[in-house]
Design a protein around this ligand. Sequence first.
Ligand SMILES: *[C@@H]1O[C@H](CO)[C@@H](O)[C@H](O)[C@H]1NC(C)=O
Ligand SMILES: *[C@@H]1O[C@H](CO)[C@@H](O)[C@H](O)[C@H]1NC(C)=O
Length: 524
Amino acid sequence: MHSQTCKMFAFLKLCLVISGANAANILGVVLTPSYSHQIVFKPLWRELSLRGHQVTTITTHPIKDPKLVNLTEIDLSFFLRDSDSEQFIKKHIEVSHTNFVDALRDLYNTMSRAADHMLDYGPVKELINDQNAHFDLLIVEYLLHIPLAFAHRFNCPSIGMLSVDGTNSIYKKVGNPTHSSLYPDSFLPYGNKLSLSERVISFVYNFVLEPYIENELTEIQQKIVTKHFGGDCPPIQDLASNISMLFVDSDPIFHHNRPLVPAVVQIGGGSHRSSPKPLPKDLQLVLDKATNGFIYFSLGSNMRSEFLPANTVDMILEVFGELPYTVLWKFGEEISNKPSNVIISKWLPQQDVLRHPNIKLFITQGGLQSMDEAIYSYVPMIGIPFFGDQSYNVKKLVNKGLGLELNYRTLERKQFKETILEVINNPSYRNTIKKLAELAQDQPMSGTEKAVWWTEYVLRHKGAKHLRSPLLDIPWYQYLLIDVIGVLLLSLSVTLFLIMFAIRTLVRLAKRKLFVIPEEKKSS
Ligand SMILES: *[C@@H]1O[C@H](CO)[C@@H](O)[C@H](O)[C@H]1NC(C)=O
Ligand SMILES: *[C@@H]1O[C@H](CO)[C@@H](O)[C@H](O)[C@H]1NC(C)=O
């Protein structure tokens, strides 16, 4: 009986799935040439294509799975070979250290140039000019506005998606309320409770610096859009505010607990994680043998350990050599004088390494995806941030009690060793992670399921105009209540003025009477 009910439900669910949204043509454009950005989009492309949609993507990191017959990928990986991303990142770390405004400008400028280059690529050009091409929906990475021009080209609704939490400027663009003191921007290295000076900087950044940079970048992007899509493309700010939904890679447990308009959907919670796979044999053997525990050290796919100064690398090796643990270090070059307990590898299956039961600690640059993977494997962390949102992520990690932070510029032996031992030996970090990870996973649907559901919702209704935030259609002074406060202040001053005037007149009258009365007496 029970199993029959189950079957019936399964059948009903299947019917719903099939009738829910007819197969559609979907175009996905993710132009950031970085593994950690791209990885978040892959489950969505996979799922949508498996559900019968014809998905075409333009990406630097294609999935290349022949089983996904409904997925067509325009492969931009040539860009990774052509561009000197190493030079860029080295330079960017320097800029980030001196000034975050320049860092932001540097980052977006480089990304715009990259997008310009990618749109020039033959197959992309062909798609833009193909008169027979037709799409029902565009899904883009919502960092640059350039790819939104595809929505104009194919006259279809669009969805924005991010591999990180939204910045305040992004939230403003979709009409989501922002607040510089409660939810400081993720480009600012601030933690939970801001000090007065931090609140002032956050405010100035939010209302002056950031819009100023934004303006500059919009101009650059508009030029690129005009070049590739022609002059009749609307202003890209309008395209940006016209998206139907925004998917952000965040959740209320690890990110800001903030109000969201219905068009913003949180798909965080490590939805990019893959199912467990066996480790390579030799690695499995080494980690199994590390019964005392092992430390996993990786600075991610953009920042690399090879970029660390040589004396820092020596110091790190020295400390590792003194520890009773095995250390697994993702490092792109050979190291001749390394201690025997340190294993170096160019590439490691990070998610499965983090799942190994002998792991004690993960030393990370604080990339969101890496942290996510560690959290859901209950691995405590030490964050060493370098650029982008890494400082912000690591501040969150420390505030929530998931680990500790180190600064690579001031890093020294004693502190490095003590921090490692503290995070490994104090069980509170691992316990806190476990508790929060369980909370974050207690959700009605996984992030990918949510993204798929809302994507098909937009397809069914050919956009989601009815979800558009009213904030987008009123001037800023109305949102900030400046006109209302103005009117109230004015009425108050008028009332006060009238009262004063009345009192003064009365006093004057009274005075006159006092003087007048004796005169009257005299005359009588
Ligand atoms: C491809 O799409 C068709 C419908 O368009 C669907 O029936 C089929 O299951 C899909 N196949 C795969 C492997 O995604
Ligand atoms: C906004 O999107 C709708 C489709 O959802 C489209 O018809 C309209 O032209 C777009 N407006 C702008 C300014 O891009």
